[in-house]
Design a protein around this ligand. Structure first.
Ligand SMILES: [Zn+2]
Length: 182
């Protein structure tokens, strides 16, 4: 069991009543259970979305302006908010981070992200087609630009972005609409 699997390290108090949590075996799995109300507190990965925007043989990347991955590059991405539809989240993140308005299409890849043990996520990489907006870094990014798929900007922040780039190089690039303008 890794630290990220260990529910005893996850939370201290019940989100329902504020009671203290303790670890109990529930159907042979260690779970956090509220001493006061008996609620079992499950821990799940968050859902992240990334948008893959293509111009010819190049893809849109952004450089992260803050946080532990400051200075590293990634495909435009972010978390799905509670109550938010997954493609709406992808379009929102792309617009907030790059200024580009996209329609979100096919699912290109789905992977579990384990690179940050405290924030496990399931990532969904979606094709985006530019329909408007002006390219400019925003939100958590300080640079944005199109780079060759075969020579992405380094360092890359996330190992799963690199994995997806390899998958796209292996033949999935045609599944992304070409957003080259003019
Ligand atoms: Zn409780």
């Amino acid at each position: 069991m890794t630290a990220s699997d260990d529910p005893s390290t996850a939370f201290r108090f019940c989100p329902g009543c504020g009671g203290l949590l303790e670890v109990r075996a529930i159907r042979d799995a260690p779970r956090q259970v509220c001493r006061a109300c008996g609620r079992v507190v499950y821990r799940h990965p968050a859902v992240g979305v990334a948008v893959v925007v293509r111009r010819g043989e190049t893809l849109l990347f952004g450089r992260r302006a803050r946080g532990p991955y400051r200075g590293a590059w990634c495909l435009p991405c972010g978390y799905v908010e509670w109550g938010e539809e997954v493609r709406a989240a992808a379009a929102r993140e792309c617009r907030e981070e790059t200024g580009l308005i996209v329609t979100v299409g096919a699912v290109l890849a789905v992977h579990s992200n384990f690179h940050d043990p405290e924030r496990l996520t399931v990532g969904i990489w979606l094709a985006g087609e530019v329909v408007g907006g002006e390219l400019a870094p925003g939100d958590d990014l300080d640079r944005v630009g199109f780079f060759p798929l075969a020579a992405p900007p380094e360092p890359l922040a996330f190992p799963t972005d690199r994995r997806v780039l390899a998958e796209l190089q292996a033949g999935a690039l045609d599944r992304i609409p070409d957003s080259t303008v003019g």
